[in-house]
Ligand binder design. Structure first.
Ligand code: SAM
Length: 481
């Protein structure tokens, strides 16, 4: 059961983080102009208190919170019980700072209750989460050249839902800084969400030389002096050339450039298909130990784990009469039947570590991505390629930071054609790995896998330094993401 506070999205921001954000905002303001600052979701008032501590006078400070139990954050400030998303845009501020609620459409009835108003007000960016609405609204109530700094969930960086939001930021503001805040920053409050501090200026980004400061995931709140190798400056324009306007943090230009020029996405060189969505796996699927192929059960591949790379015994089966039975089930969806039962590659869809495995002829597959190359050499090449660290890096650090790697993202992996020799080496190694794992589940894969990595790095022309960076990320995904 959520506490009342938690249900309203109340999590207190740690002091060091508040301090850094306050300093960042104040650096952009001129104290002589007596700037007016707003914390639109003040909660326990920690930002207001920190601003006063930093020398702002209460008459310069404004705060809102929708919760009628919120205490007055400080004497003399202008505080009101307000739904920030509904304030009119007439009152303008020089700075907005805070930690807005992070509630998705699914997590809050607020969205249903206010559907029409929100859809109209936020039509530029779409309605997905409270925090993106707060940032957008913040931009509307900022004066030209005003500054905004908010700590929010980091899903806006690559999730496809926020594509229009990212485009809006890139075309209406100068993004100053994106810092991936330490993991478990809100852990004390039991909220384990990955967050980022976004700081932007309301200003048309006409200056082509404007660079965004990007700081990779920090280990602790070392905001002012992060390790050099974790900091990157990129021209803001670079993001406009990335798929879905993704906002990447500390991805070397060498790797970004693979996505930028009119590149060839994987979907152009090999069919990538999803299959059956049963709508009720519990009803339609059986575990391997409960199904026998002689009774008409067909292997069904849906999501391999990290240990299932290259080859694994089917974990699930579906009955050959599925088509007949599915007629009574409205949520059963069939996609791409012309690829059913073909030999191919099956990818994992959920999980920290992405993996790809051999898909034997005669199987069916789920809503995960499956590839159907023309011939066996291509099949084993693509299998090696998909399991390479470079692909894992591109998937999780450029295309989609979440654990859910759906076919839409896999389709966008850049494809660079290997030389015939490179192709045959990878194809051969990858075939060996499949055969090895087919005979012995614990077949050691690391050595050949390393070789495959090396050749893929060669194919993509990755420098020694960046190979190291990619390896480090893949081998510590949990801490680095
Ligand atoms: C994540 S808490 C932030 C608390 C505080 N700023 C901090 O960082 O410790 C979000 C706050 O937003 C408030 N809130 C939720 N929806 C709101 C809305 N539509 N307008 C204004 N405040 C809202 C909640 O009541 C809660 O106090």
């Amino acid at each position: 059961m959520l506490s009342q506070q938690r249900a309203m999205g109340q999590y207190s921001t740690p002091q060091e983080t508040v301090h850094y954000m306050v300093e960042t905002v104040l650096d952009h303001l001129n104290a002589h102009d007596r700037p007016q600052l707003l914390d639109p979701s003040t909660g326990d008032g920690i930002f207001i208190q920190s601003l006063i501590h930093a020398g702002m006078t209460p008459s310069q400070l404004h705060a809102y919170d929708v919760d009628p139990n919120t205490p007055q954050p400080s004497e003399g400030i202008q505080f009101s019980y307000q739904d920030f998303l509904k304030v009119d845009d007439e009152e303008q501020f020089d700075a907005i700072i805070g930690n807005p609620p992070y509630k998705s459409k699914r997590q809050s009835t607020y969205f249903n209750h206010n559907k029409q108003v929100l859809e109209e007000e936020f039509k530029d960016i779409g309605v997905h989460n409270m925090y993106s609405l707060f940032i957008y609204k913040g931009i509307q109530v900022l004066r030209e050249n005003g500054i905004l700094s908010m700590i929010v969930q980091d899903s806006f960086l690559t999730n496809v839902y926020y594509k229009r939001f990212r485009e809006y930021l890139l075309t209406h503001t100068e993004i100053q800084e994106i810092i991936l805040a330490p993991r478990r920053l809100f852990h004390h409050g039991k909220a384990d969400v990955r967050t980022a501090i976004l700081t932007l200026k309301k200003k048309k980004p006409v200056d082509h030389s404007h660079h965004v400061r990007l700081v990779d995931r920090l280990n602790y709140q070392q905001y002012t002096n992060p390790p050099e190798e974790r900091v990157q400056y990129l021209p803001q324009e670079a993001f406009l050339k990335l798929p879905n306007f993704n906002l990447t943090v500390n991805v070397p230009s060498e790797i970004l450039s693979l996505f930028q020029t009119a590149y060839t996405p994987l979907e152009q060189v090999v069919p990538i298909k999803t299959g059956l969505s049963t709508g009720n796996d519990g009803h339609f699927l059986r575990k391997a130990n409960e199904a026998s192929e002689t009774d008409g059960w067909i292997p069904f591949y849906k999501n391999g784990g990290a240990k299932d790379a290259w080859y694994y015994q089917p974990k699930f089966y579906i009955h050959k009469d599925w088509e007949q039975q599915s007629k009574a089930h409205k949520t059963f969806t069939v996609r791409n039947p012309s690829y059913f039962f073909k030999e191919g590659i099956t990818c994992s869809s959920m999980g920290v570590k992405f993996s790809a495995s051999y898909l034997p002829e005669g199987s069916l597959f789920g809503v995960n991505a499956n590839l159907f190359p023309d011939n066996q050499e291509d099949l084993y090449y693509f299998l090696g390629f998909l399991n390479s660290r470079l692909v894992k890096y591109m998937l999780r650090k450029v295309l989609n930071r979440t654990n859910m790697v759906t076919s839409g993202y896999i389709k966008k992996i850049p494809f660079v054609t290997p030389s015939p020799e490179q192709k045959s080496i990878i194809s051969e190694f990858s075939r060996k790995l499949v055969e090895g794992k087919c005979q012995n589940r614990d077949y050691p894969t690391e050595e050949l896998h390393e070789e495959i990595d090396r050749v893929i790095f060669d194919v993509y022309g990755i420098s020694e330094k960046n190979r190291h960076h990619v390896r480090d990320f893949c081998d510590h995904v949990l801490e680095r993401l």
